[in-house]
Ligand binder design. Sequence first.
Ligand code: ADP
Ligand code: ZN
Ligand code: ZN
Length: 737
Amino acid sequence: MTVANRTIVQVLLPVPLHRHFDYLVPTPVDTSLPLVGKRVLVPFGKSGKKVGLVISQSDQTEIEPGKLKPIIEVIDDTPILNRDQLSLRKWISHYYLAPFGELIFSSLPPAIRQGDRLVLKQEIFWQVTNSGKNLDTTSLNKAKKQQAILDFLLRQDSPCSKSHLDEKFQNWRNPMNELFRKELVEVIKQDAAFNLIQTDHIDINLSPEQLAAFNQIQAGLESNKRFLLDGVTGSGKTEIYIKAIQYTIHQGKQALVLVPEIGLTPHFISRFRQRINAKIALMHSGLTDNERLQSWIQAKNGMAKVIIGTRSAVWTPMKTPGLFIVDEEHDPSYKQQEGIRYSAKDVAILRASEENAPLILGSATPSLESLHNVEKNKLTRITLNNRAEDAQQPTFKIIDIRGKKVHGALSHDLLQSMEKVLADKKQVLLFQNRRGYSPVQMCHDCGWIYNCERCDTPLTYHKRINRLLCHHCGVQHRQENTCHECHSNEIIPVGHGTERLYETLSEYFPDSNILRIDRDTTRRKGAMDEYNEQILSGEVDILVGTQMLAKGHHFPDVTLVGIIDADMGLYSNDFRAGERMAQLITQVSGRAGRASHPGTVVIQTHYPDHPLIKTLLENDYHHFANLQLAERKLINLPPFQYQILLRAEGYDTGQPLNFLKQAEKALRSASGKLELFGPYPSPIEKRRGRYRYQLLIQSTQRSDLQSHMHECLKNLEQIKIGNKVRWSLDVDPMDLF
Ligand code: ADP
Ligand code: ZN
Ligand code: ZN
């Protein structure tokens, strides 16, 4: 119905409902300016308030006019998202079968969600006055520090910020105040984004191979092509990103770079800062809410030319989008595993095409999805086969540990190789993808295993804190020495986590400096920075750690990499486990012999003849990937199929199962085009006290799967028991847990 002379707005709220809410615009609000894309504060529920976003305005509503509530306040002067940005999000919410409101709000930084205003922080900057410019600075030679600071400021093209000065000088405040008193420098306030750091510009000459790759990319930048930059570890992919970004900035446009984890690769950012003479904004969870807000504003208004961030940075709006880069595109951390289960890589691909910008996915171990997209001509592959600066690819050696005597988890052969390397004063890196001391605690007398009560999975022993931890729900137990079944006191640790390996190594190599890197040792802010320095300075002899070591590090003195247990990925019930294992092995191996020293990779396995291991080592990752792709095709798995996983969990087994059975009926009756598997228990059947089940929905046509699921969404929402269980849809699930 029409409400005469009044404006009605349709508002999205951060609630998991597939609908918007109508509100009345009170008369004092100037409705001659459009409200679409602005945030409003609205009454919600009995006495609550929520921040919402206006998506349309009209004089129509289906609500009785008397029941329509007025908005409390319009928060923004100008829209925070324009129509294109709104319609892109609409599209993505459709793709992920997610409520539009929930998606919009999860795409915004926390400060904006909470209703903070978009105010750009002002910062203080120093610059030289006219009399400072006319001064012969040698006249300050009695005050060396003042002279140095003035000389430095004179060399800059723009005023200098505090952080900039901090980088260059220690204790610069007092001499600066002196210069100020002498009226040689002055202070100005301006937007933080003008904080351009003029570094001593380093330029690198690309190798012929890099240059050929870059030329190919550059030609495609104009026509918004999508590339897979498929280059072995250490081949200089980052250099190519930097060149492409420089080119983009030169065209007056912005670039967005996604990385898996910023904290682990501090080095990556500093390389960008050294080489790119423009404002770089960071976007990741290590920043404060306000820092994230500042980066967001600077990206949106075009001040920041480069945005570097982790998964959620993919939503950062840009005024002039010119390039999207996803580094280490195979990394599973791009997929969000809760709330709206989006893949930042896929969102970047969608954004690039909607915003008419080119895209580069980069990896030494591309995902099978991307390799498949190369075959379908959806991505153009560019390869780099050689390492920068003539570094050699490592050689591989398999150690068959069947029936062999091992020290802890270390075979005699591996220990011998380590001794040689250590005698040469080089470094060893050992990879074991398990943190803690031992992943299983077992009764030696009866075989009882100490499980988490809430998850039914074994508890991991952490020796330093002397606690048993559940890696699924975080629960902690005191270490116990008595079997719950037979009351024996013979509880033994089974398996070797990084903590236990560290212990074995300390006994075997008492004179070596050993460093453990995993989630437990890197929790402290700045820890990884410190470790990096210790490794690079040669202080460390042996490095032992989890997949954290596989991420883009550059350790020139590591000449031996040991993979303690390659068997885990071979017989898993997750069909992606093999791919994941091959990526990890290849990435970790890539840390060996990065500089001028040739490297060796030693792999311990009980299955030396397993075809996956053999192909990976005798040939390379790409042979392995082709083999896997052929297998996936044969048995109808992604990327040859599209999947959606419907999950349900509850405090008893009946309700979630019952829900999924009804869901299955609803899905089955509507169409014959989809394949349904289940419902069956999730691989981790019980987690945090909830029983978990799932139904897998699959089709060879994405459009069938999508349209059919949209038809059925209402039916799923109407299943009564659905209110009693937690259920969710996972489009393109990355792991089936
Ligand atoms: P990737 O990202 O492919 O692993 P990087 O870009 O990190 O490789 O390069 C590996 C190392 O080689 C880095 O230390 C980098 O500075 C150096 N490097 C890359 N390209 C060149 C080049 N053209 N000239 C000199 N050094 C280079
Ligand atoms: Zn027992
Ligand atoms: Zn648990």
